[in-house]
Design a protein around this ligand. Sequence first.
Ligand code: AP5
Ligand code: ZN
Length: 217
Amino acid sequence: AVLILLGPPGAGKGTQARKLEQGFGLVQLSTGDLLRAAVAAGTPAGLTAKAVMEAGELVSDEIVINILRDRLAEPDCAKGVILDGFPRTTVQAEALDRLLAESGQQINAAVSLEVDDAAMVARVAGRYTCGGCGEGYHDQFKQPRVAGTCDRCGSTEMTRRADDNAETVGSRLAAYHAQTAPLISYYDGKGVLQRVDAMGEIDHIATSLQKVVSVAT
Ligand code: AP5
Ligand code: ZN
């Protein structure tokens, strides 16, 4: 199965992708995570991407498509994938269509997580992540049971992203509206678009998504 999660920064793509990964045995592929790993490893693509990400703009289609193509070719992806944060431009969407056609796969659903901009800024600005296992937390909306300690792996190493500040979040939202939102009609035209209200509680949204995914896969 191939699922796409579309939505602005803070819509909950990562949060929901991790829940679907556990429930449906799919592999979460986040181009944001892949790019952050490339930055941390200091690869040539990572060196180019770093400043672009810190400015809240989109990394070039060429870099992102190459990174995604390599990851998609790894054996674990044969189980099916949840694309989190990819595609983000029409060029990327067309490249994905070609990659899937080559491997005889098709898109089961492209889910648009529908949220309002003001809520997104609050969600992103309060976010932090466990350095041990990648579980996501939030200062207000999702605190660990014991302050500073990950519920899932017990690590006390929490990290915040360099691009999660109010200024950069504004640029990221603008990039979403200008370059990514047009994909909603792209996938609607292909008959695979599903809209999910992503303004409520995390578990409530997860339930709506599970229903959509069960029907589509
Ligand atoms: P990326 O890593 O993809 O970031 P993003 O799209 O900005 O999305 P986020 O990770 O910020 O949000 P999310 O929707 O995953 O929300 P989350 O679940 O964490 O991209 C980063 C950068 O990389 C881009 O700016 C770009 O430069 C580059 N890039 C990546 N992919 C690219 C591509 N394809 N092309 C070009 N460039 C690319 O939730 C956010 C917070 O809210 C968390 O703290 C969570 O706990 C909380 N939360 C979640 N749901 C709820 C809820 N329902 N109620 C309350 N709180 C909630
Ligand atoms: Zn953890």
